[in-house]
Design a protein around this ligand. Structure first.
Ligand code: ADP
Ligand code: MG
Length: 354
């Protein structure tokens, strides 16, 4: 059964609803991501799971036990924050074993735990150092070591990599993934970084203004975004969106017919929406001899691929094409795509139609 159940969790601050009824079931060993823009309620939800905050309504169950009002220390969890919160006067070994000491774990066991964690995290050579003598990445590792030493039932991370530079972030991301493979501890991981979400998560909950917009595997979220918000939040550069008018199972924008598959046409028919937002990921666009006409306004070569900004009658489109673009800024071009790559959203409700 569920390792963690979040049931109808609400949190109000005065009249403001910060969390508007969150329901998530997390399986044992699962790596769940909470992702969303700053201020959407990720940390509030994580703190409620951790017992640092109490919901206004709803409940939290860990391994089938209702812990909604239990103290953090009675929840069998370990938490890693963005600020590592290491004890500056203790060395690395003491930092790692301190939590165990507080729980009256006997010394030989504590020493074994420190050894085990230090080996896993490859920080054996740092055990005698104080936090002040460590780099950012090393401190991050110690913070994770402290959490790992406890063998918790549940791991909670709140943006643990935000303070690291880009290269280290990639390294630590791989490290967290490796640790999760080894330890298989159920994990809830908060981030605003969509790449972290996509690469780490077994499932991702995309949050917006205190509610879950979509809960699914990275592939669900990317290939079949449930709403326009999810479609635009996940993926970089963001999905191109064209608002078109819907008539007789066709979509036109500025007099241009937007390509549709038979399945999309019948979905449109069923949805009966007057306006549709037609979404295309930048990598779904290619240059061709015919198609949507436009003018190249900017080229951004990144090496393996190029982002091309094209001004078209239906708005600016970003194409992400492999290698170099055989066109110059100012040149007239045509953009092509397959209808099956288009994502259709009801322009009013913003929900996926096809
Ligand atoms: P996130 O972690 O997704 O960036 P938070 O969970 O920290 O977002 O915050 C969600 C919202 O709740 C924000 O708008 C924030 O201003 C508000 N908030 C957080 N804590 C309090 C508080 N103690 N009193 C009032 N509002 C708060
Ligand atoms: Mg936060």
């Amino acid at each position: 059964m569920g390792a963690l159940s979040i049931r109808n969790v609400r949190r109000n601050y005065g009249p403001i609803q910060i969390l508007k009824g969150i329901d998530i079931e997390v399986e044992a060993g699962e790596f769940l991501i909470l992702v969303g823009p700053s201020g959407c309620g990720k940390s509030t939800l994580l703190n409620i799971i951790a017992g640092l905050d109490v919901p206004s309504d709803g409940s939290i169950h860990i391994a089938e036990r209702d812990v909604t009002y239990a103290l953090p220390k009675d929840r069998d969890i370990a938490m890693v924050f963005q600020s590592y919160a290491l004890y500056p006067n203790m060395n690395v070994a003491q930092n790692i074993s301190f939590g165990l000491e507080m729980r009256n774990v006997p010394k030989p066991e504590r020493e074994a735990a420190v050894k085990r964690v230090a080996t896993t995290l490859q920080i054996e050579h740092l055990l005698d150092r104080k936090p002040g003598q460590l780099s950012g990445g090393q401190r991050q590792r110690v913070a994770m070591g402290r959490a790992l030493a406890r063998n918790p039932r549940l791991f909670l991370f709140d943006e643990p990599l935000s303070n690291l530079d880009a290269k280290l972030r990639v390294e630590m991301r791989a490290e967290i993934k490796r640790l999760h493979k080894i330890a298989q501890v159920t994990t809830v991981y908060v981030t605003h970084d969509q790449v972290e979400a996509m690469t780490l998560g077994d499932r991702i909950a995309v949050m917006r203004e205190g509610a879950v917009e979509q809960l699914g595997t990275p592939d669900d979220i990317y290939s079949r975004p449930a709403t326009r918000f999810v479609a635009e939040f996940i993926g970089s550069p963001a999905m191109n969106m064209v608002v078109g008018q819907c008539a007789a199972d066709a979509i036109t924008a500025k007099g241009i017919d937007l390509a549709l598959t038979p399945a999309q046409r019948s979905a449109l028919h069923a949805a009966n929406a007057p306006e549709i937002t037609y979404g295309l990921r930048p990598e779904s666009l290619a240059f061709g001899d015919a198609g949507l006409p436009g003018t190249v306004t900017m080229l951004e070569p990144t090496g393996p691929e190029t982002y091309a900004l094209v001004d078209t009658p239906v708005g600016h489109m970003i194409a992400r094409v492999p290698g170099k673009v055989p066109h110059a800024v100012g040149e007239r071009v045509f953009l092509r795509w397959s209808a099956e790559d288009a994502h259709l959203f009801d322009a009013k409700t913003e929900r996926r139609v096809a």
